[in-house]
Design a protein around this ligand. Structure first.
Ligand code: BDR
Ligand code: CA
Length: 320
């Protein structure tokens, strides 16, 4: 096997963040240098606790965890307890890890980002933006910055046009997009294609990880049902890990984008310049965006790694 890819994972756990961590830690193709936590779905203290406990469940309690930003750059924090539950992991009860969290996620990013290191960021982008402010040019030095965030042509999930991670810290999202990095965006356009219906979760053979998946996802499924949305769970954050592991499962397109930071209806929205004018006049930054997925192959990769099992034949195929 080739050398594993060195990664830092930035999270705000969050049910699907937890699933992304289970998936990443199970892959021998990734070497996780550290997990940095940011305020997002839940406040920083809760997210840090969840990261430690999920890593313990994954048998990866030795992975270093760093506390990061406890609030967005400018706007007030917006958490998502209605989607992820009061403590961020639905009704899952995890054994408590006794590993300590370290301080200074931003310092860790500044120290460790290098040409052979990728960052997989699946929460609001506050930590990355602060690291870039502290050390201009830092993000451009990374092998790749993979960001779950934004909505290109898809509608938003936090406002008409904004996806949650961009909505929760639009100024940070704008700064990261503008940082001239080798950036890959994993927007709702692709993650809304990759969902596991409630019935497929119930069909999995019982195990500790499957029990966690079922208990953590229950609140997400109920929220989908109550709001007339998808009765299942979209695997937003695991898709970003999937891209790092198996890019052949996805199709990409390039878009000129910028991020709006003002307006009650528009803050956090991705502005796409599709005017195809002269490059000098084109607004924003040209960014690689995932727009399609081989859904069933991705779900197989996800279940094998994150859950240590496969779907019974025919399950988890319908995914919206
Ligand atoms: C993103 O928002 C969060 O609630 C999820 O964890 C994911 O990172 C999807 O919009
Ligand atoms: Ca997240």
């Amino acid at each position: 096997m080739a050398n594993p890819q060195r990664v830092i994972i930035d999270v705000d756990p969050g049910v699907d963040d937890a699933l992304a961590l289970l998936m990443a830690t199970a892959s021998r193709e990734l070497e996780i240098l550290g997990v940095t936590v940011v305020s997002g779905n839940v406040p920083l203290d809760t997210g840090t606790r969840n990261a430690l406990d999920v890593l313990f469940l994954a048998g990866a309690g030795d992975v270093r965890v760093f506390r990061g930003a406890d609030r967005p750059l400018v706007r007030e924090p917006v958490h998502t307890r209605e989607v992820h539950g009061e403590r961020g992991l639905g009704s899952a009860e995890l054994l408590r890890s006794d590993a300590p969290a370290e301080e200074n996620a931003v310092g860790f990013l500044v120290d460790r980002i290098a040409p052979d290191v990728s960052v997989i960021a699946v929460g609001p982008l506050t930590n990355l933006a602060q690291a870039e402010r502290e050390c201009p040019g830092l993000l451009a030095r990374a092998r790749e910055i993979v960001v779950m965030g934004g909505a290109i042509r898809a509608p938003g999930n936090s406002s008409p046009g904004a996806e949650y991670n961009f909505f929760a810290d639009p100024h940070a999202a704008r700064e990261v997009v503008a940082a001239n990095a080798n950036l890959t965006l994993v927007p709702l356009d692709v993650t809304h294609q990759v969902g596991v219906p409630a019935g497929a979760i119930a069909s999995l053979e019982e195990s500790e990880r499957v029990r966690f998946f079922e208990q953590a996802s229950r609140v997400v499924v109920s929220h989908g049902k109550a709001t007339g949305g998808f009765e299942g769970i979209h695997l937003h954050d695991p898709v970003a890990v999937g891209w790092a592991l198996a890019p052949e499962l996805f199709s990409t397109e390039e878009f000129w984008i910028d991020v709006e930071t003002t307006g009650e209806l528009t803050s956090g929205q991705v502005v796409v310049d599709e005017r195809r004018v002269d490059e000098a006049k084109q607004r924003g930054v040209l960014v690689r965006c995932l727009t399609g997925a081989r859904v069933s192959d991705f779900l197989t990769l996800f279940s094998n790694l994150a859950l240590g099992t496969s779907w019974p034949q025919g399950e988890a195929r319908s995914s919206r």
